[in-house]
Design a protein around this ligand. Structure first.
Ligand code: PLP
Length: 418
């Protein structure tokens, strides 16, 4: 019964070109990606390893040193016996980074960003509260909101007037706004200064999910709060350590009472094994790299790559648009094919909107045939009718690799059935 039922649904996914599949790599995280069973490596534009630290020799060495000092496993949850000096030292340093923006901040480590968001929204969002969520928030914030006892209001993406209206009408004692700082599928930045201002006006708190900003944004890579120069006790910061930081894990930095409450009531903090202490040890090296001169050089290179990509793609798309008479079908929501276009993103997340699922898959396949791995992202990860190629850039990409991408994209677009 169950198996037949699942197989039917899987066939439906196939029919809608929505079936996902795993690929096995034989290389570590790097732009040149070798898949098991294929001859040539692929040039990949899809990791979140924005600074190229995931496979950095200094970080690998630090992990080996950490394993010699601490072994591998933590053996228990933080509150039982898994919390070591390596964890405590990392928390202190992460707190110090955000304390410039959240006075007196304390930090707490989590196994992942997903777990951190679940803890935040369920521990803080009680029955006397309302959670205000951007409609494009990451799945982990959505799931946290679903699991919390709070009333949940979603506002249209980046629509601060709509949010202000919702806050105005809200009468619960506690109000929490939750937003991605960098939206994971569109790459745009939330207007954090304006959101903070709204939070202050309406006596609300602002939860900032900086999964894609930590390490990338800000002069020292401290993230989106540094980038915008914000400072307020009302900020609740969540940063992840598996993207630009090149490792695994996450942390929350906030007012000490908020963090103490997470320690008491955050179920995904309490009922799970602490991060390997060797990893906490290694992450110190990652933070050294991020805020040191090497991090600055890597961020500058990344920015240059993004600028070159955007200029290159605009040059490819302009003649196509003229060929199509320049009609404006941006959204593709009503069944009309969307015009290929870039979104307004200056971050390493650079989506090329295609619209139709099958078209996005054809482009993905055409690029793969040319030795590139540029994933098509389809609903439900993105709204219906906005299937896209989602490219991410890393400081470990070279300019020559970017040029190869642009040439392959030009050739693949030529092949696309109209
Ligand atoms: C990746 C991501 C997360 C989850 O972080 P993990 O450490 O991978 O669990 C949370 N929020 C956003 C916006 C993300 O992109």
């Amino acid at each position: 019964m169950l198996i037949a039922h699942l197989n039917r649904q899987l066939l439906e996914l196939d029919a809608a070109a929505l079936r996902r599949r795993l690929r096995i790599q034989t290389t570590p995280c790097q732009p040149q990606l070798q898949l098991l069973g294929s001859e040539a490596p692929l040039l990949a534009f899809c990791s979140n390893d924005y600074l190229g630290l995931a496979n950095h020799p200094a970080l690998a060495q630090a992990l080996a040193d950490g394993a010699r000092r601490w072994g591998v496993g933590s053996g228990a949850s933080h509150l039982v016996s898994g919390h070591t000096q390596a964890h405590a030292a990392l928390e202190e340093r992460l707190a110090a980074w955000q304390a410039a923006h959240i006075p007196g901040a304390r930090a707490l480590l989590f196994g992942s960003g997903y777990a951190a968001n679940l803890a935040l929204l369920t521990a803080l969002g009680d029955a006397s509260s309302t959670l205000f969520c951007d409609q494009l928030n990451h799945a982990s914030l959505i799931d946290g909101a679903r699991l919390s006892k709070a009333a949940v209001q979603r506002y249209p993406h980046a629509d601060l007037a709509a949010l202000a209206q919702q806050l105005q009408c809200c009468s619960t004692p506690l109000k929490l706004i939750a937003t991605d700082a960098v939206f994971s599928m569109d790459g745009d930045l939330a207007d954090l200064p304006a959101l903070l201002q709204l939070a202050e006006q309406h006596d609300a708190w602002l939860i900032v999910d900086d999964a894609h900003g930590f390490g990338v944004l800000g002069a020292r890579g401290h993230g989106s709060l540094e980038h915008f120069g914000l400072r307020s006790e009302r900020l609740i910061y969540m940063g992840t350590l598996g993207k630009a930081a090149g490792a695994y894990g996450a942390f929350v930095a906030a007012h000490p009472s908020i963090v103490e409450w997470l320690l008491q009531r955050g179920r995904t903090y309490i009922y799970t094994t602490a991060l390997p202490p060797a990893l906490a040890h290694a992450l110190q090296s990652s933070l050294d790299l991020i805020e040191g001169p090497e991090g600055a050089v890597r961020r500058a290179h990344l920015e240059a790559l993004i600028g070159r990509w955007r200029a290159g793609v605009q040059a490819l798309l302009e003649p196509m648009e003229r060929g199509q008479g320049g009609e404006s079908g941006q959204g593709g929501q009503c069944g009309t094919p969307a015009r290929l276009h870039l979104l307004e993103s200056r971050t390493p997340i650079q989506p090329l909107i295609v619209g139709d699922n099958a078209r996005a898959l054809s482009l993905d396949a055409a690029l793969q045939a040319r030795g590139l791995r540029v994933p098509a992202i389809r609903p439900p990860s993105v709204p219906e009718g906005s299937a896209r190629l989602r490219l991410t850039f890393s400081a470990s990409h070279t300019q020559a690799e970017l040029d190869r991408l642009l040439a392959a994209l030009a050739a693949s677009l030529q092949e696309l059935p109209s």
